[in-house]
Design a protein around this ligand. Structure first.
Ligand code: DGL
Length: 269
């Protein structure tokens, strides 16, 4: 038994798609979430900046004595985690390993598409890890930088979203992939439109859902679960305006979070 909380962070709201899955998969765990809303997006930044932000985010969550930290951000998981994973004395879990594991099992024709932010695609981390499983896999990657602002502004199922989905995914669809990794935690909010465009024959891999399953296994095998408690504590921290996070965050999580969000100065960490 281990009653410490699970720490989760993302550059903004996107990581809440992973939190929603963690709440379902692990209903007895307390969760502390940090959304770096003052510095979002990470996906267009240099690797040095992503490293600096990621280290600060981890240092902030460390102040809570958490049992594990989940990087619910595709960009920080791919462009920073491989370099910093041994710097901290707390287990850190990213979204890449779990999504790759699910994708290599899902594909039948060994053609996998990967979409993410520019930082994620530039890192080449998905291709690297997929090819470590099976060098015969073909990987087709595409950076989709407009998806994050669409999601952050609530354009989940709009005409403009359909047009941009077509613009970005036309090439990947034409390659005949049968599996598509949504390599950014914002993208599950666009799942409906992406799925309609890609067609029924393409399995979408939600990195947030996969990391939740991976985390459950990690608690089973190594870190231990919390005691069964009546009501879990969920706390949310942001580095910018609280009210917009509360409003959209409640939609992302499909639960009310008004009054549970605090603002911090992340530059101190
Ligand atoms: N949620 C972040 C990710 O998974 C994307 C947002 C950003 O660019 O910061 O990469």
């Amino acid at each position: 038994m281990n009653n410490k909380s699970i720490g989760v962070f993302d550059s903004g709201l996107g990581g809440l798609t992973a939190v929603k899955q963690i709440m379902q998969e692990l209903p007895n765990e307390n969760i502390i979430y940090f959304g770096d809303t003052g510095r979002v997006p990470y996906g267009t930044r240099s690797r040095d900046t992503i490293l600096k932000y990621t280290r600060g985010d981890i240092r902030f969550l460390r102040t809570f004595d958490v049992k594990v930290i989940v990087i619910a951000c595709g960009t920080a998981s791919s462009a920073a985690l491989p370099m910093i994973k041994d710097e901290f004395d707390v287990p850190i879990v990213g979204v890449i390993d779990a999504a790759v594991y699910a994708a290599v099992r899902a594909t039948k024709n060994k053609k996998i598409g990967v979409i993410g932010t520019s930082g994620t695609i530039k890192s080449g981390e998905y291709e690297k890890q997929i090819n470590e499983y099976d060098s015969g896999m073909q990987v087709f990657s595409k950076a989709c930088p407009m998806f994050v602002p669409l999601v952050e502004n609530g354009y989940f199922d709009a005409e403009v979203t359909r047009l941009i989905v077509e613009e970005y995914l036309e090439g990947i669809r034409a390659e005949g992939v049968d599996t598509l990794i949504l390599g950014c935690t914002h993208y599950p909010l666009l799942e409906k439109v992406i799925s309609e465009y890609m067609g029924d024959g393409v399995t979408l891999i939600n990195s947030g859902a996969e990391v939740a399953k991976y985390l459950k296994k990690k608690l089973d095998d190594e870190l231990a679960h919390s005691d069964k408690i009546d009501k879990c504590q969920y706390r949310y921290y942001v580095s910018d305006d609280i009210s917009s996070f509360e409003e959209l965050g409640s939609i992302f999580l499909e639960r009310e979070i008004n009054g549970q969000v605090n603002k911090i100065d992340i530059e101190k960490y």
